[in-house]
Design a binder for this molecule. Structure first.
Ligand SMILES: Cc1cc2nc3c(=O)[nH]c(=O)nc-3n(C[C@H](O)[C@H](O)[C@H](O)COP(=O)(O)OP(=O)(O)OC[C@H]3O[C@@H](n4cnc5c(N)ncnc54)[C@H](O)[C@@H]3O)c2cc1C
Length: 239
């Protein structure tokens, strides 16, 4: 693994995103800016009773915006780290946090359309990449944010994404696999049908896929079968 440093980060805010997902805001008091590239993650070193005490979390916020980063974390009741974060961490807590790591980042020149494909909190690094394009004026082509989850109540950043969808260069394409309520009039099913319909026979594009193993590996295999080069299909596995 690349070299990294450890810092004491202050938890300055915690917000509920859904019943099982929280956003944690970490401040690095010794810095004016926390240096990272959109798409990277940090490790949290947690005082849990397990051999491996570190847990990785993608940074969901925009780079270059100061010394506070946003993480979006889903509770795994069977796990050790997330129950600790949800039950023991509060505003004012200090978490030992690494410098930014990872190679799941945009190309230097974004010269093709970008398809972001995620499920659940896998949207975190993709949101950061999109915010980087918009807020840091990175030239780009069209962006498709394909997001899958089960129910309306599980959606991450729905209002913000719907607002971005008003732009000509951004398309928010949520799809819900188990929503039965008449309130939901959008797409149903899994993410695969959504990107397959959009790319047809193989529109030139970059793909960034993030989330849990099954969805990612299926998407990667389908895209490689269509004929995309491995360099165009980047993914980050959460398990
Ligand atoms: C690069 C990267 C970025 C990530 N970004 C995010 C993110 O932005 N948001 C997010 O929510 N998650 C993210 N993750 C996942 C995150 O790192 C954790 O894996 C996740 O939060 C679960 O941690 P936990 O400590 O609660 O579960 P763990 O304690 O790691 O347990 C995970 C699972 O293993 C099983 N298990 C654990 N211990 C045992 C045991 N002794 N015997 C049998 N089974 C066991 C449990 O059933 C549990 O379901 C990311 C992962 C990576 C690799």
């Amino acid at each position: 693994m690349a070299k990294y440093e450890w810092y004491d980060a202050n938890v300055v805010d915690i917000q509920n995103e859904t019943a099982t997902i929280k956003k944690f805001y970490l401040e690095f008091p010794t810095m004016t800016n926390f240096d990272f590239t959109a798409g990277q993650f940090v490790m949290l070193d947690l005082p849990i009773d397990r051999k491996k005490k570190t847990r990785e979390y993608s940074i969901a916020s925009c780079p270059g915006t100061g010394n506070v980063i946003e993480l979006i974390i889903v509770l795994n009741e069977e796990g050790s780290g997330t129950p600790y974060l949800f039950d023991k961490i509060e505003v004012g807590s200090i978490i030992k946090t690494s410098s930014a790591l990872g190679k799941f980042v945009l190309p230097a020149e974004i010269d093709k359309d970008v398809y972001f494909i995620s499920t659940g909190v896998g949207i975190a690094p993709l949101r950061s990449m999109w915010l980087d394009m918009v807020n840091n004026d990175r030239p780009h082509k069209d962006v498709y944010m394909i997001f899958g989850t089960r129910h309306i109540t599980d959606m991450c950043y729905p209002d913000e994404m719907n607002e971005f969808d008003q732009r000509d260069d951004f398309n928010f394409l949520p799809t819900l696999s188990r929503e039965e309520s008449p309130e939901w009039t959008g797409r149903k099913g899994y993410v695969h049908a959504v990107y397959e319909e959009l790319i047809g026979d193989g529109k030139d594009a970059y793909f960034y896929i993030c989330g849990w193993r099954n969805m990612i590996l299926q998407a990667r295999d389908r895209l490689l079968e269509i004929g995309y080069d491995r360099k165009q299909v980047k993914y980050e596995l959460y398990d």
